[in-house]
Every structure is written in C-alpha cells, then in structure tokens.
Design a protein around this ligand. Sequence first.
Ligand code: FES
Length: 248
Amino acid sequence: MNITLRVWRQPDSDAPGKMHTYQVADVSEDMSFLEMLDVLNEQLTIDGEDPIAFDSDCREGICGMCGLVINGLAHGPGKNVTTCQLHMRSFADGDVIDVEPWRAEPFTVIKDLVVDRSSFDRIIQAGGYITAPTGTAPEANSIPVNKADADAAFDAATCIGCGACVAACPNGSASLFMAAKVAHLGLLPQGQPERHSRVLDMVDQHDAEGFGGCTQIGECTAACPKGIQIDLISRMDRDVLSAIAHRK
Ligand code: FES
C-alpha cells in the first residue's frame, strides 16, 4: 500500500515544530507502524535528510518506550495495543496519517516524536516502592494473599508507564498511571507500611510536575494499551482521604 504521512518535526525543545509530509510507498500490511517509520527513515538517511526521532525499545508491548499520537489517538486506532504492536493492516491504501508526539505540559518534546517522560520516574521515586527488605524470592505461599487481591494487583502491575493516559486526557492528568502504581503495591501485604505516605507523596509529586487533575472523563482508560481500569483512580482517591484522616 502507499500512504502519506504528516509527521511532527521539531529540532529540539526550544525550536518551533511543524508537520512535514512524506510519501511512503510499497508498505506491507504486515509491518508494524514503527517498522514503517524505519523504512521511511532509511530513505531519509539515503537522501541525506535527518531521520525522524522516535522512541522504542522492546517492540513487544512490554517496555512502554514507544508512544505516538496517530490520527489524534494515543497509540493509534488499535484497542489495547501499543504503537509498536500496531500493524499497517489497520490502515488502507492511500490513507493520510497524522503522527504527533505525546502532548502534555510535563512531557517536553526533546526532538520530533520523542518526549521527556522523566516526570514519571520522579513520581515513582516519590513513593512507588516498598521499603521491606525483599532479599531473594521468598517461598510463594509464605505470605498469604487472597486470590482476588493477587489478581487485582497483577492487573494494576501491567501498567507499562507509556504515558498514553496523559496524552489522551484533556486535563493532562497522570492519575491512571499513578493509580495503577498505588494499587499494585497497596493491594499486597508488603505495600502496607508506606500505604498512606506513598499515595500522598506520589500525588504531591504528580501535581508538582504540572499534571492536571482527574475529572473522570475516561479517555485514559480507553487509550491505555494494557486496559488499566478507571476505577483504580477512585481507589486511589479513597487512599488519599484515608491518608489525610490518619495524618498525625
Ligand atoms: S517499544 Fe516497548 S512497548 Fe512499544
């Protein structure tokens, strides 16, 4: 298939950016979206032009490094897929496809489609950990965890921290990301000692980074490639209220 790409190009965070149009010919429907960009970049390199900068690592939907807004949708038109798992068969011959970076105030554009997501690292550093010494892996049944909590904690832990929730949210809120991290630790016995300080410190850091507040619009959960559910945000809000009530 032949497609037209309109891609956001921006030399660095201080320079203005704009959309550039590229024609990509003979695209296989079996290519992933990133492989199609690889082909375009090879052509740009041969032509002596600057290749398009974009993030990726595992290309298996695991690491959370990739993330493009494709035709206005975070990670594109696929349901529960990352950009690296989106295949060109999702598009038709002759399509015109807009490709932009995540857009949110804390996600500064570094170059082209690459944004700075270190704000997520700082939110995790603020509280997304346990202080119990873990040592080597304990025997699986030494700390009983009921099945419902174990399953819910596992589901929350599937968040890969890609930032699609922020890119999709009209408020630029990272509440779904934060709620997933709060839940996957707070549902387990090992996460209880810091449960209150964790949620307050993470929310404080989230706000300090410039992310917006959640108004339960739900775009985040629709865009999440891992299907993290919005009810985790309500769970996090209850943890915040409990933490404030118990604050000494
Ligand atoms: S490159 Fe790792 S999730 Fe897409």
